[in-house]
Design a protein around this ligand. Structure first.
Ligand code: IMP
Length: 429
């Protein structure tokens, strides 16, 4: 199975499944890594050589010498966040010239998008707040769909400053209506002056570049950010992000055909977490939830917020398998469950009238009155963090994983039992 091929990697739950680590692992077999959606709301953590690296916009492939890293057209990038990250990557000794590329079609998150994000969130009533990362993602995608967006290629144009002034005037109307501070157009135009020279060398036609890789049969890894349950179409709408982190997004967000995708890998944590607001059927508000949070280090890589924690949800897993066509699973954080005498798997959501949902309902109101149906399995209560092969796992850990795969479909490909690169076990791929 270990052959050169184009891989799409997606998160199956509500994000923070450990995608950064799996991407880092799979990058060894790829010549290029492409981000296809989202922006600096993502936080991909890689631990290598005892050092922790967190990347928000630049594909994690940058940590591997010689790999090409591409920001695809479906991404919304904040030029200032990107400039900071490029400086950081250089300080880590990463060579960027000739291997880091930004699509001229990628939209930019501008200062006013951040201001609108904050003002809209503040204006939402309690219970309707989304708990966004505050990175301006929703307003930037709204501008894109509303055909008012600024694209990376626009920085190359002589009238970039005038466009900024015009857009600030437009954004101020929205900010005024929301009772927020307005921005000063000339100041904004000046603020963006350094962006032009800093990013210009990287802006290019990435569709052409990606197809050169495809034509030369050089394998590409398409790196999804966020996850299935945060997808604007398939997630827990409206408590979602504003892009398509599911496998289809890899095509629209990078300019490839579905025919160019050879396999889909889903990343799934062996329990569930969520940051921000919105439904979470298996959420635990007790000592078990706290154990998961503390043992799993469940604090947001982008915002530092404590993550909400709960048992594994097979309804979500099955839904993600279908929506993405997951061939192989990368299962993460098994070691976090090491101390539990019993581990629980949710197989459905029971309504008060006895009806059990076995697929994720679109109507979140219906979910609010449901309780999870659990299957209980015995825990293994020993340290799995030093395990180096499937065979060496405790029998109960194997049974837990096998039951999950049976319920969700697909095959197991990778198992992660700790944060470091050396704790990733290759199973079928
Ligand atoms: P936004 O993407 O900043 O608009 O946030 C929308 C929702 O997606 C919020 O609930 C965020 O907490 C969540 N979210 C966005 N990016 C990530 C991520 O990378 N990991 C986990 N949750 C995320």
């Amino acid at each position: 199975m270990r052959s050169l091929m184009n891989t799409v990697l997606v998160g199956a739950q509500w994000g923070d499944e450990g995608k950064g680590k799996v991407i880092d692992f799979l990058t060894e077999e790829a010549d290029a890594v492409v981000r296809f959606q989202g922006g600096s709301n993502a936080g991909h953590t890689v631990v290598a050589g005892g050092r922790k690296y967190v990347l928000h916009l630049i594909p994690s492939g940058i940590l591997h010498d010689g790999k090409h890293c591409i920001i695809g057209n479906g991404v919304v990038m904040d030029p200032f966040d990107l400039m900071k990250e490029l400086e950081q990557a250089e300080s880590w000794g990463c060579e960027l010239k000739g291997r880091f590329h930004i699509s001229e079609r990628a939209h930019m998150v501008m200062q006013w998008h951040r201001a609108i994000d904050a003002a809209e969130e503040a204006a939402r009533a309690e219970g309707s707040k989304i708990g966004t990362t505050g990175r301006g993602i929703g307003p930037a995608y709204a501008a894109k769909v509303g055909r008012r967006g600024l694209r990376a290629g626009d920085i190359l144009k002589p009238d970039f400053a005038d466009v900024i002034r015009r857009e600030v005037a437009e954004a101020n109307r929205t900010l005024r209506a929301l009772g927020a501070h307005e921005l000063e157009a000339d100041e904004m135009a000046r603020l963006y002056e350094p962006v032009v020279s800093a990013l210009m060398p990287y802006v290019t036609d990435t569709i052409q570049l990606i197809h050169e890789f495809i034509d030369a049969k050089r394998p590409i890894l398409f790196e999804g950010a966020q996850a299935t349950m945060l997808d604007i179409d398939f997630g827990t709408y409206p408590f979602v992000t504003s892009s398509n982190p599911t496998a289809g997004g890899a095509c629209t967000g990078s300019g490839i055909s579905p025919r160019s995708i050879d396999r889909v890998i889903g990343v799934m944590k062996l329990y569930t977490t969520r940051v921000g607001e919105g439904p979470f059927p298996t959420e635990l508000d007790d000592a078990d939830g706290e154990t998961l949070r503390v043992r799993g280090g469940e604090f947001g890589a982008t915002t530092g917020r404590p993550r909400r924690c709960g048992w594994f949800d097979a309804v979500v897993g099955r839904y993600a398998q279908r929506v993405n066509g997951v061939d192989y699973w990368a299962l993460t954080k098994l070691d976090v469950l090491d101390t539990f005498p019993v581990v629980r798997i949710c197989t459905g959501y029971r309504r008060k009238d006895g009806f059990v949902y076995t697929t994720f309902p679109a109507d979140l109101g219906a979910l609010a009155h449901c309780e999870p149906v659990y299957e209980d399995l015995p825990g293994w209560q020993c340290d799995t963090s030093k395990t180096t092969s499937w065979d060496a796992l405790p029998a109960n850990a194997k049974k837990y994983i096998e039951r999950i795969i049976e319920l969700v479909g697909g095959k197991i490909g990778v198992l992660s039992v700790g944060p470091g690169r050396e704790t990733t076990l290759r199973i079928n791929i």
